[in-house]
Design a protein around this ligand. Sequence first.
Ligand SMILES: Nc1ncnc2c1ncn2[C@@H]1O[C@H](COP(=O)(O)OP(=O)(O)O)[C@@H](O)[C@H]1O
Ligand SMILES: [Mg+2]
Length: 228
Amino acid sequence: MKLIYTGKTKNVFELEDGNYLLKFKDDVTGENGVFDPGANTVGLTLEGAGRAGLSLTKHFFEVLKEQGIPTHYIDANIDEATMTVRPATVFGKGLEVICRYRAVGSFLRRYGLYAEEGQALDAFVEVTLKDDDRQDPPISEDALDMLGILTKAEYAVLKDLTQQIGNVVKAELAKKDIELYDIKFEFGRVGEGKEIVLIDEISGGNMRAYKNGEYIEPLQLEKLMLEA
Ligand SMILES: Nc1ncnc2c1ncn2[C@@H]1O[C@H](COP(=O)(O)OP(=O)(O)O)[C@@H](O)[C@H]1O
Ligand SMILES: [Mg+2]
């Protein structure tokens, strides 16, 4: 198999049959040893983070499959910290799609003049460009269309899938009395039909979750979510 991309938290390999293998590392995004799902740097390395992130990702992708929501997921090997997926092409040089249920993080930093910390948001969707040099700028639907990154019809699909998937994750967390504040997804086009599907991962490293008003770290979230 061939290494095709070295990411911040995963490496991507191409398999003989054309599928991709994602290898989850123990690296987590953040700054100076503090976890931040919105950060563009590796902030800390936590023993077991890769396997834990993959275990939660596997759980959510299987729930999505049961609900008929399309993703790139094929299967996962927890011991090896690897996940086999269908290869996708991303929009432009990559987008992140955020679904927000409470005003925290970059939303609050940008809109603090109008929004109160922790204010309820109704599965509010925002798109950002994956562009480390420009700190992942937010981009509007019009700009996505005008720059040829995504058509308006594709945007509608992306937004709808984001809210559906966000709501699935929110409901799964709620079963453990955990509240989802926000979550970040990636999408791509797969197969001949260029179907838009969820790609990448759904782990503690992609979301902010709270229990009794207290923030839950990714490793702790993965433990709480997967224990019987
Ligand atoms: N099914 C897929 N097809 C193609 N690329 C994918 C797929 N799933 C995830 N990726 C990409 O693989 C990379 C995973 O590594 P990661 O460490 O998360 O990267 P990054 O540093 O870009 O966040 C991401 O760039 C993501 O867009
Ligand atoms: Mg990533």
